[in-house]
Write a protein that binds this ligand. Structure first.
Ligand SMILES: Cc1cc2nc3c(=O)[nH]c(=O)nc-3n(C[C@H](O)[C@H](O)[C@H](O)COP(=O)(O)OP(=O)(O)OC[C@H]3O[C@@H](n4cnc5c(N)ncnc54)[C@H](O)[C@@H]3O)c2cc1C
Length: 405
């Protein structure tokens, strides 16, 4: 029989969440909906200070998310669609393209799926959320069997019942919980990406020939991978009056040949990679304005090793717990599931059914297994994405198979 605690534990739980990315904010909003006390600590000074302008796809996770965050927050997230006209119940597949011919050769199976602007999703999730901005975590410590303290660069510190590190791929919390193994590992490829405004006439052909929203593929000649996505309809934002905003990304397994790229600027490398693509995509690369911000993307993964959880007082979530290659498009989806599963577990603690420490351990068992599998399959997807021969031959479940979350 489940033990009922004499005093409602809800009065006692206060969760310190380090990191206001999508994983930390999902946990925060789900706790808010459950009426459980929490504070988010985010090192950024505000939600808009750092441009994070890429698109993300949310798939079956959407149903879990809708059931956990307050309805107005979920509505605002749906408003962040790159094409709001697609509607919030869209069911779609994602085309895989031969980047030499421009022909769609495979599809990621259809499912409920929204293509969203990441910066807008994050902003939507800050709604009515208890966040302290400008708080860069320096250290955490255990103060007794029931409490933790988090200390920040500005000299402040806060105590809580437990702490959740949702502070991303280079997590400061992970550094403390897994001092020997915290360092993420670099993936074997180089990646470069940008986003820019473009006229309807200039991208119409690409949208009509391939996909109106997004696609990915591999060039059989070079095994260079590319991902293209719409980011924004013409709405006058960011000075893009009457223009569409799009995102384009190239990656390749790093090799000795990369030495010849060394003296080139990111924009020159980007144009070079784009020059081998099928003509319609090549034409879009040619339209890149000279002032577009082209940057290398630091691709890392963390293979979910064991870490200490201070007997259930400290935990990780999102990229901090299981950062993975981006080639299955699952990282943020797992971060959302983490937030929802952990909030459910803490609700059981708040209801006096289990202790907060036991709730954290229950979450950890589910998350570790799910996270490890996702990191492994995403690693394989990264390798397959740069091997057209594999995809056209035996095929790649890792890259093209249905998503679990
Ligand atoms: C180009 C690209 C495309 C992607 N596309 C997809 C996709 O389509 N689908 C998908 O599922 N995933 C995608 N991903 C992966 C996804 O973006 C990440 O998995 C997700 O954003 C991780 O969220 P998070 O909240 O765990 O971490 P983050 O977003 O990294 O948030 C961590 C937060 O913690 C804060 N922080 C860090 N250190 C500290 C500190 N010391 N103190 C306080 N705060 C701190 C940071 O400022 C940040 O706000 C993509 C990634 C990239 C790079």
């Amino acid at each position: 029989m489940a033990i009922q605690y004499a005093t409602p534990a809800a009065q006692k739980i206060h969760v310190l969440i380090i990191g206001g990315g999508i994983a930390g904010l999902t946990l925060a909003q789900a706790l808010r909906r459950y009426g459980i006390s929490y504070t988010v600590f985010e090192r950024d000074e505000s939600p808009i200070i750092r441009p994070q302008g890429w698109g993300i796809s949310l798939h079956s996770t959407l149903i879990t998310l809708e059931n956990h965050v307050p309805p107005d927050v979920y509505d605002a997230i749906c408003q962040a669609q790159v094409n709001p006209e697609a509607g919030r119940d869209e069911v779609r597949g994602v085309p895989y393209v031969n980047l030499d011919t421009g022909k769609v050769e495979h599809w990621v199976p259809k499912s409920k799926r929204l293509r969203l602007r990441r910066d807008q999703v994050r902003l939507s999730m800050t709604k009515d959320c208890n966040i302290k901005w400008g708080k860069k975590l320096i250290t955490i410590e255990r103060i007794d069997d029931n409490g933790v303290r988090a200390s920040f660069e500005d000299g402040t510190s806060y105590t809580g019942t437990l702490i959740v590190g949702a502070d991303g791929a280079f997590s400061a919390v992970r550094r403390i919980l897994a001092p020997k193994d915290w360092h993420p590992r670099r993936l074997p490829c180089n990646a470069i990406g940008t986003s820019y405004f473009i006229s309807e006439t200039k991208i119409r052909k690409l949208r009509e020939e391939v996909d109106p929203l997004y696609f990915f593929g591999t060039d059989p000649k070079t095994n260079t991978y590319s991902f293209w996505s719409m980011l924004q309809q013409p709405n006058g934002e960011d000075g893009g009056d009457g223009l569409y905003k799009m995102q384009l990304y190239f990656s390749w397994i790093h090799a000795d040949d990369d030495r010849e790229l060394k003296g080139m600027s990111p924009a020159e490398v980007f144009r070079l990679k784009g020059s081998t693509m099928f003509p319609t995509l090549g034409a879009v690369v040619d339209e890149m304005p000279d002032d577009a911000l082209v940057s290398y993307v630091n691709l890392v993964e963390w293979p979910v090793v064991a870490w200490g959880n201070w007997d259930g007082l400290a935990m990780l979530a999102g990229d901090s717990a299981h950062c993975m290659s981006i080639y299955r498009g699952e990282g943020v989806n797992h971060g959302i599931i983490d937030g929802c599963v952990l909030a459910d577990a803490l609700k059981r603690a708040a209801d006096g059914i289990v202790s907060p420490q036991r709730a954290v351990r229950d979450y950890e068992v589910e998350m570790r297994a799910r996270g490890k599998e996702a990191v492994d399959v995403s690693h394989q997807a990264c390798l397959d994405a740069h091997d057209y021969g594999i995809i056209s031959g035996e095929g790649s479940f890792a890259l093209l198979g249905a998503k679990k979350v």
